[in-house]
Design a protein around this ligand. Structure first.
Ligand code: GUE
Length: 382
C-alpha cells in the first residue's frame, strides 16, 4: 500500500462512516466505504505518496473524498447550545510548541536516514525582500529550524528598493538549482513588487508554501491532491487532529479570507467534511455566526477581536492571528498577540491555542515537512 494508515486516521474514517450511517440515507455507507478503501490504495492525479504521513497524522486529501449523496431528509435540527455558564473547568491549552518540536525531531531523523542512504539532504531557499522586523524574525526562525533538522538552507536577501527582475533572477536560480527542493518567498513583499507575477514563476514542484495558484486550485477541488498544502493551515489541521477533535460534520467558522491562511484553511476544513462559514470584514453579525461554531479558526490579525460572547461553550479555538505589538521591553522591540482574548476563551472553549506557542511553531514544522516531502519525491526516497 502506498500510504500507511496511522491509527488516528483509521479512527477518522471509521468515524466518518459511522456518522454517515447515522445521518445519511441507506446505501451511502456501503458505497462510501468501498470508495474510501479504494481511494486509500490509489490516489490518482497528483501527489500519490504522501511521505510526511509517516510523520503527520493528516491524511492525503483524496483519501477523504467520498461520494456526495445527500440524505433524504437533510433538515437536521440542532438543539440550542447550552447557556453560557461560567465554567470552572478551563479549556485545554493546545501546546503547539511541544507538538512542533516532536514533528521537527521526526523530520530530523528522516533527514539523517536520507543522508545515510542516498547521501543527499533536503534544501530550502528563502527569498527575503526588505527590512520588516517581523519578517526578519520569521525567516531567521525558519533557517534555524532547517539547521536543527539537517536541512540545507540558502537565502537571498534583497533591499526594499530592488527591482522585480532582481527577485525573478533569484527565484529562477533557485528553480533551477537541483539541491534546492523548496522555495519560499517571504510575504508580504514591498508594495511596488507584483506578488502574483512572482508567485506564478515559482516552480510548482518547489512551492513548499503551497501558494502557487495550481497548488491552491488542486486544494480547492475534490479528487485532487495538491503537491503542497500551505503551512499554517496544515499546522492548524494537525493540531485539531492531534487534540482528538472530530472534524467531519462539525460547524467550522474561519475568520479572515487571506490567500495564505483564511482561504486555504477553509478549503482544508471542507475537504475534511466540516461545514465551513467564512467570516470577514464585510460580514454582518460576525459574532452571531461565530458563536454557533464547534471549531473556530481565526486569522484576522485583530488583537482581542474574539471575546467570550463570540464563543459557543466547548468550542475549539485555533488562533492564527499574529499581530506584532510595539513593546520596548521585549527582545526584538515587539511581541506577538493573537485574535482571541485568551483569558475569556479559556473559560468557555474546550481547547484553545496560545499566541505565541500555538500555530506559529507548527507553521515552521510544516515547512520542514513540506521541504522533506519535496526532496523525498525528487529522489524517490521513502
Ligand atoms: N511566504 C510566507 N510563508 C509564511 O509561512 C509566512 C509568510 N510568508 N509571511 C508571514 C507569515 C507569518 N508566519 C509565521 C511563522 C512562524 C511564526 C512563529 O514561529 N511564531 C512564534 C513566535 C515567534 C516570535 O517570537 O517572534 C509563536 O507563535 O510562538 C509566526 C508566524 C509565516 N508566514
Amino acid at each position: 500500500m502506498m500510504w500507511s494508515l496511522g491509527s488516528s486516521y483509521k479512527k477518522i474514517t471509521k468515524m466518518m462512516v459511522k456518522n454517515a450511517t447515522r445521518k445519511m440515507a441507506v446505501g451511502w455507507t456501503k458505497e462510501s466505504k468501498r470508495h474510501l478503501s479504494s481511494k486509500m490504495t490509489t490516489a490518482p492525479n497528483t501527489w500519490k505518496n504522501n511521505q510526511s504521513s509517516q510523520i503527520l497524522l493528516s491524511p492525503p486529501l483524496v483519501s477523504l473524498d467520498v461520494p456526495e449523496i445527500w440524505g433524504a431528509n437533510s433538515n437536521h435540527y440542532d438543539p440550542p447550545s447550552s447557556p453560557k455558564i461560567s465554567n470552572v473547568q478551563l479549556a485545554t491549552i493546545i501546546d503547539g510548541k511541544a507538538i512542533a518540536e516532536e514533528i521537527r525531531s521526526r523530520v530530523a531523523s528522516d533527514v539523517k536516514r536520507m543522508k545515510a542512504y542516498i547521501g543527499k539532504v533536503p534544501g530550502l531557499a528563502v527569498i527575503l525582500v526588505g527590512q520588516r522586523r517581523d519578517s526578519q524574525t520569521y525567516v531567521r526562525n525558519k533557517i534555524k529550524a532547517c539547521e536543527e533538522a539537517g536541512i540545507k538552507s540558502v537565502m537571498a536577501e534583497l533591499p526594499n528598493c530592488c527591482a522585480e527582475e532582481d527577485v525573478m533572477t533569484a527565484l529562477l536560480k533557485f528553480n533551477e538549482d537541483p539541491s534546492v527542493h523548496g522555495i519560499l518567498v517571504q510575504l508580504p513583499l514591498p508594495e511596488h513588487l507584483d506578488e502574483e507575477k512572482i508567485l506564478n514563476m515559482l516552480s510548482l514542484e518547489k512551492d513548499v508554501d503551497g501558494f502557487h495558484p495550481v497548488n491552491m486550485g488542486n486544494l480547492s477541488m475534490r479528487g485532487r491532491e495538491p503537491l503542497f498544502v500551505p503551512c499554517a493551515p496544515k499546522g492548524c489541521l494537525e493540531l485539531l487532529i492531534r487534540s482528538g477533535m472530530e472534524i467531519v460534520g462539525k460547524k467550522a467558522v474561519v475568520i479572515g479570507r487571506s490567500n495564505i491562511v483564511g482561504l486555504p484553511i477553509a478549503l482544508l476544513l471542507q475537504r475534511h467534511h466540516a461545514t465551513v462559514t467564512i467570516v470577514h470584514a464585510f460580514t454582518k453579525n460576525p459574532e452571531q455566526i461565530t458563536c454557533e461554531a464547534d471549531i473556530i479558526v481565526t486569522a484576522a490579525g485583530v488583537p482581542n477581536l474574539i471575546r467570550s460572547s463570540w464563543l459557543k461553550q466547548g468550542a475549539v479555538v485555533i488562533d492564527v492571528g499574529t499581530c506584532p505589538i510595539e513593546d520596548p521591553s521585549s527582545e526584538h522591540g515587539y511581541r506577538l498577540v493573537g485574535d482571541v482574548c485568551h483569558e475569556e476563551a479559556l473559560r468557555i472553549a474546550s481547547a484553545v491555542t496560545p499566541v505565541p506557542g500555538g500555530v506559529g511553531p507548527m507553521t515552521i514544522a510544516m515547512l520542514l515537512c513540506n521541504t522533506l516531502d519535496s526532496a523525498k519525491r525528487v529522489y524517490r526516497f521513502d
